[in-house]
Write a protein of this length. Sequence first.
Length: 114
Amino acid sequence: QVQLVESGGGLVQPGGSLRVSCVASGFRFSSSVMRWYRQAPGKERELVASIGGRGDILNYADSVKGRFTVSRDNYANTVYLQMNSLKPEDTAVYYCYALLFRYWGQGTQVTVSS
């Protein structure tokens, strides 16, 4: 049974940093591209970052390039999203997604506010 569990969200001030994590189980983690999406209130879900199975192919949305870094630890079955220089417009629920199974985690809320 595929499971994705996100954690690490919270409230942070503008300019601050936060790292969200997603622990996977129920499948061979290294076999799947993993993605981070986000959805802000009243907006469509958007792709934020993507990482290949071996961590060798990285893609980012233009809005987060240079501020966010996606990484993965295949031994720990975990994908991370390090978010720096956060802005109020980064406020959203952040979801991880296993492309191979088209499976979503439950999401973690990130709020950027003073």
